[in-house]
Design a protein around this ligand. Sequence first.
Ligand code: ATP
Ligand code: MG
Length: 423
Amino acid sequence: MKALQAVRGMNDVLPQDAALWEFFEDSVRDWLRAYGYRNIRMPLVEPTALFVRSIGEATDIVEKEMYTFQDSLNNESLTLRPEGTASCVRAAIEHSLLHQGAQRLWYGGAMFRHERPQKGRYRQFHQIGVEAFGLPGPDIDAEHLIMTARLWRLLGLSGIRLELNSLADSAARAAHRQRLIAFFEQHRDQLDGDAQRRLHSNPLRILDSKNPHMQPLIEAAPQLNEHMDDAARAHFHGVCATLDRAGVAYSINPRLVRGLDYYNYTVFEWVTDALGAQGTVCAGGRYDGLFEQLGGKPAPGCGFAMGVERLVALLQVQASPASQHAAEAQQPDVYVLHQGDAAAMEAARAAEELRDAQLRVVLHCGGGSFKSQMKRADASGARFAVILGEEELVRKEVSVKPLRAQGVQTSVPLKEAIELIRG
Ligand code: ATP
Ligand code: MG
């Protein structure tokens, strides 16, 4: 029978790569605790309307990237989540989380977008999302950027630069929109198909186009900051000043708009040149209108999402000492070998005692010659082999053999072996 394969654009993460994923996830958990963010877990499937109402109809995601299906039992349109912010806001509204005050939340997991698979772009990918609800000032926007800068340091990553912009408020965007439409209409012949289609539905998104032929036109387009009011200016200034004080470098990119409709005020992307075309590893901003748009009481929100595949790829490329150390730390301390039926049973018991002493222990299973067991022990990456043969059994001892450092094999009682291994 022909073997089946995974769905295109949806990947297995194999054990040799999972070590780096776990290093990333462990680092992220510690980092989020350090800033007082609490974990929230939402379903992978939501009503389609949630994403249409939040992300916006004239966006890449809603137009062509969603995995949408009809639940035939109750005739409801459902969608595999393409991102987490909409679900997180829905959950906050549904469970009245803001009654308990402002919320700092995070989530992680798989997202689904029907995109053309390529390096750094997949149909199932993973995000860590961070959101803050109920906080209107620039202090929290700045916190998100300052904390992200710290994460890169914790992971040992370098060369990730911050691009920042303000999308102002809806009045400014409406005025800008009229000028953009007028400008692009004058240059209609230079617009690609996507841009022509969006000219009236979502002209701001034309600025987000990845088509290199359109870049000169986009650079010449009227800029939003000409329409910004004092409040928007003050907010943006507050973010920038806090970053300056904290020593977080950034560059202001007036053409930075996000691919989703719900943003206002601050938007940002963290970008690296080390990954080729898919260089944005983290992106986000403020979305003060989203609660109301989803049927909740108005409440400010801001947040960001990281692309885990892209960050793990960067860890691989940059091979930071922190990540290498973490991969090594995953290896077992001890591999337990044994010869004979009685020794096999004692080995299972002794392995438990070693684990009681906080050691990481792999017990040899499946029998085999001493030589083949020793090969396994070497391949396991363990620091020590603990050997139980008939002789050891009689002496009520085990043999301890260092596998990765110089040293002789010694026969000692298990308690002494534990001391020896723990160093
Ligand atoms: P892009 O411009 O690369 O399509 P986006 O604006 O659609 O990104 P967001 O919705 O802001 O991306 O998602 C946040 C982050 O999630 C991105 O910066 C990226 O790191 C990651 N990401 C988004 N889509 C994918 C994907 N299809 N495969 C892998 N990672 C992704
Ligand atoms: Mg996209």
